[in-house]
Design a protein around this ligand. Structure first.
Ligand code: TUI
Length: 318
């Protein structure tokens, strides 16, 4: 459908990655996204290495298309997950919450494409020098653990600083967002929030309902004072957390409050005292859909952008 360096490099139909969200992106979602023509990505951040292996093996039974695994580098399980990805020869590894520089050679030697998430120009440049295949530049609009700079501002600066392809993430959920970041120089997008509400996503129905109900101003940033800012949908937990955060609570106390809260929301459906991580684009989403429907709708919206832009084509002065 749309050819970019990313679709060619990975052998996928659509330049669309599904974010590898911890506790949310499991084999069923990954298989469905890859079968629909995007890049499904397993969220290994919540998994022990042996569970990652089982999920990878399950994905291989669901699809023969390329897929990825997201490794959260700050997790103590990360080294074990790296070994599993190499042993299982996964096609693509994305990394988050850390610098994968020292791992790049091992992945490349194993024939694995390495695509880290970055939220600054400096890290993007460092990782290009380390030999990564592309970067996912993630803006402040994203859900979960986020950087400071917004997508609109981050993408053109990273595109100008690198020669490898850039995948844009943060605040993108439809074909308009896809076209917008192409205009900024990106060659693919990563969408997380949109795939939380995919039918094939196993996240608890309450979690999906929170995302679908959310409006534009319903996400908040927590953890700014601890240096680990996390975007979540506003609820009882965020009220209590932010009260404490801005009344002098220690980083340890806040960490204790947040422990296990993402699982409580995504798996147990506790959306009042759980951590409902989702992006600002939640306000755009209205219903649960299959991955096939999501891709068809993104494609249709994308095509409409070109009809619209035609009206704004610059006129030649003579
Ligand atoms: O990782 C994410 N988003 C996440 S992880 C997550 S799970 C979680 N659970 C509890 C508390 C907090 C998180 C939810 N959402 N996005 C990828 C990402 N990576 N965004 C920013 C970064 C990043 C940050 C710092 C990458 C590198 C980095 O520093 C590297 C260095 O050493 O300079």
């Amino acid at each position: 459908m749309i050819d970019t360096r990313i679709t060619k490099l990975l052998g996928i139909k659509y330049p669309i990655f599904q974010g590898g969200m911890a506790w949310v992106s499991s084999a069923s979602l990954v298989g469905a996204v890859s079968n629909a023509g995007g890049l499904g990505i397993l969220g290994a951040g919540s998994m022990e290495p042996e569970l990652v292996r089982q999920e990878i093996q399950k994905i291989k039974t669901l699809t023969n298309k390329p897929f990825g695994v997201n490794i959260m580098l700050m997790m103590p399980t990360a080294p074990g997950v790296v070994e599993v990805c190499i042993e299982e020869k996964v096609p693509v590894v994305t990394t988050g919450a850390g610098n994968p520089g020292p791992l790049v050679k091992r992945f490349k030697d194993a024939g694995i494409r390495v695509i880290p998430v970055v939220s600054s120009v400096a890290l993007a440049k460092r990782l290009e020098r380390a030999g990564v295949d592309a970067v996912i530049a993630e803006g402040h609009e994203s859900g979960g653990h986020v950087g400071e700079v917004t997508t609109m501002v981050l993408i053109p600066q990273i595109v100008d600083a690198l020669t490898i392809p850039v995948i844009a993430a943060g605040g993108i959920a439809d074909g308009r967002g896809l076209a917008a970041v192409f205009a900024l120089g990106a060659e693919a997008v990563q969408m997380g929030t949109r795939f939380i509400v995919a039918r094939e996503c196993h996240a608890h129905q309450n979690y999906k309902e929170s995302v679908l109900k959310a409006r534009d101003r319903d996400t908040v940033m927590t953890g700014i004072t601890t240096g680990h800012p996390v975007r979540v949908i506003r609820n009882r937990l965020t009220k209590e957390y932010l009260d404490r955060e801005f009344h002098g609570a220690s980083a340890e106390e806040l960490e204790e409050m947040a422990k296990g809260r993402l699982k409580a929301a995504a798996i147990d459906g506790d959306t009042s005292s759980g951590s409902v991580m989702a992006g600002q684009i939640s306000g755009l989403l209205e219903c649960e859909e299959t991955c096939e429907e999501i891709f068809r709708s993104i494609e249709a919206d994308y095509c409409k952008v070109f009809e619209r832009l035609e009206k704004f084509r610059p006129v030649k002065a003579n």
